[in-house]
Design a protein around this ligand. Structure first.
Ligand SMILES: [Fe+2]
Ligand SMILES: [Fe+2]
Length: 157
């Protein structure tokens, strides 16, 4: 929907860029996961504060604007199910980001745990983004009321 660039106007650009940021982060994490241990730790250290705060912001935008707009304009059991799952996954992701932060800040270097957690997080993030981009957002894109509602919310905020 709002992620289709040619259709974006005004404040819509903000959210479109939001999701691009998520995809860029997934690429960055994949890249880092292929690095040797020492480099991996250093790059994660550098990336983590911005990654953690950007992702939290992204989840907030989805939960505050996009999910409610979808539920209000296309109420169905399936969509409620999907929203609850996506929202729960945001929570898991925030928990994993905090776990990683603790591992990175720890005095004892545990690269095995870092690598394992990183792998899990990449997989989870990719799957989460795939469901949003392939299943949720196209449905929202097709619904005129939903598009109008989001435009209204965004112009007010
Ligand atoms: Fe999400
Ligand atoms: Fe998202």
């Amino acid at each position: 929907m709002i992620f289709r660039k040619e259709k974006i106007e005004g404040k819509f650009i903000k959210i479109a860029q939001e999701h691009e940021v998520v995809m860029q982060y997934i690429d960055k994490l994949k890249n880092i996961s292929k690095q040797p241990a020492e480099k991996k730790m250093a790059q994660l250290h550098e990336l983590w504060p911005a990654f953690q705060s950007d992702m939290k912001h992204h989840y907030k935008i989805e939960e505050r604007f996009l999910f409610p707009a979808a539920l209000l304009t296309m109420p169905s059991i399936e969509l409620i199910d999907m929203m609850l799952t996506l929202q729960k996954e945001h929570g898991y992701s925030e928990r994993d980001m905090a776990r990683m932060k603790a591992l990175l800040d720890s005095q004892t270097v545990d690269t095995a745990s870092v690598s394992q957690l990183l792998g899990t997080m990449i997989q989870d993030l990719e799957e989460h983004a795939r469901i949003e981009m392939e299943q949720l957002f196209p449905q929202m894109d097709k619904n005129k009321k939903c598009r109008e509602l989001i435009r209204g919310i965004l112009l007010e905020s």
